[in-house]
Unconditional design. Sequence first.
Length: 587
Amino acid sequence: MCGLEYRGYDSCGFAIKDNSKIGLKKTKGKINLLKTTTRPGAYFTLGIAHTRWATHGVPSFINAHPHHDCKKKIFVVHNGIIENYRELKAYLKKKHHRFCSDTDTEVIPHLIEEFSKRHSFFEAFLKTVNMLKGSFAISAITSSEDALFFARKDSPLIMGVAKEGFILASDIPAITPFTKNIVHIKDGWVGRISRDKFEMFNFKGKKVRAAAEKTDISLGAATKQHYAHFMLKEIYEQPHVCARLYSFYVHNTRIEFKDLNMDIKFLKSLKRIFIFACGTAYHAGFVAKYFLEKICDIEVEIDVSSEARYRRFKLGPDDLVLAISQSGETADTIAALREAKKRKAKIVGVCNVLGSTITTESDGLIYTLAGPEIGVASTKAYTAQVFSLLLFSLHLAYLRKSISTAFFKQCLSELRSVSKHHKTILKNAASIKKIAKRFSRFGCFLFLGRGINYPSALEGALKLKEISYIPAEGYPAGEMKHGPIALIDEYRAVVCIAPRGELYSKIVSNIQEIKARKAKVLAIVEEKDREAQSLADAAIHIPSTKYSQISPLLVALPLQLFAYFVAKNLGCEIDQPRNLAKSVTVE
Ligand code: M6R
């Protein structure tokens, strides 16, 4: 249960079976509160547990999972959303079922109870699952059987097979301390686990074959080690992640994407790419859009998945869709991917979790190899996405002959140096910490960038707002004069991303306009910069690169560290910011 807390943490609970009795404990808040009310050393062999990210009903004791039936004999935990719960609740109320929570989940144990009157428990469970609309990963226990029942539709669920028994979870890192043998439970499967065996079926009740595979995720990768927070540890992992990606995809001077699974002819003649992603992954895709357009001579359309899935793009078999997601389980991106699939577009998942829904539903894969990311604020997964997508763009440009060999080689050598540059930036963390202290008093931030660093500005603002709760907006610097400049006065802080490149002089002018209106400017500049730095109130340096288009990979680190130290100064809960969850598996 602890291993899953990063997925939701506003309330939690568990139900454990001891002979035929089931005991229930739950609380509003985090797991450590639950620990204080639990008898240490309690022994049991069957149980279910849940950490919640509220969808229906406020975070409270009553709404915390597990939920139960009228007689408190059937207990259920659920991730996802039951869309038809109102109709089901009305039906059950007519049958005199009594409800105590505001959740959609509570209909599940009551439906099972209702159907158990005339059917075996498993039949009742299956019947219930078939009545549910929406998304769900469910597990249930009952006082009448020594077994655990589960079902999955559009919400992640995996099973670990350990020496001591079986464990169900939403995510692999939660169970790697116990086992590395994982069964990837497929959408539309239900199952039953008893003491020494498991069985799985489709929703019609027909048996399906499920086998365990070994995962390569190590326990070390999912612990904080000596770092104060997962976020900080993951920021410091970035030089290794980029070096790993480089040696995985680049062989001498050849880029190879073994799992891309796309016909070379298709890639050569490709006219349009669509990118779908959410949050930080969207910003990584936005950086890639600039790069792809610049070097591949290709039209690139990007949208956040929650919008993309409802738009009527002209999308067909000649188009390529890049579905970017750290977790591979983001409901909006999965929905956009499925929509694109219906229209026969080719899909490449850009993903960090092998075996996740996006990796299994895509035609091809760009594996981002960042290792488990636990901090809710995405850091190393972002740089891994940008790095892999820049490599992919170079690969495509090379195939399409839209760049020279000399340029290709130069870019590769720049990308090889990213890991070294990251180390240089991280050595400077103490000075970023000092700057963050000075800027922590501001109640509102603007992040400005131009060209390929406009997405960096969006990402910098997102990092700051999600962990420090300070309102922060990312803007293309050239757009300031069309409205946002009205915000500027001596009480505002503006972070200007100003590495050298074709738009450098433009952003210097933008900094001048801001200074003329007395806001405090923090500039992210290259080592040898003079102009932008001389105008700013503070500056953070990044190493110089020959090709400015790779600067988003460098700029990301100071922005992440800045957000981290500001949030730390303000005493915020960095790894688990309020109202958020790591995997957003509901729409
Ligand atoms: O797992 P995904 O990459 O699909 O997640 C997408 C977003 O929910 C995620 O990037 C979110 O914006 C992060 N918390 C940002 O730090």
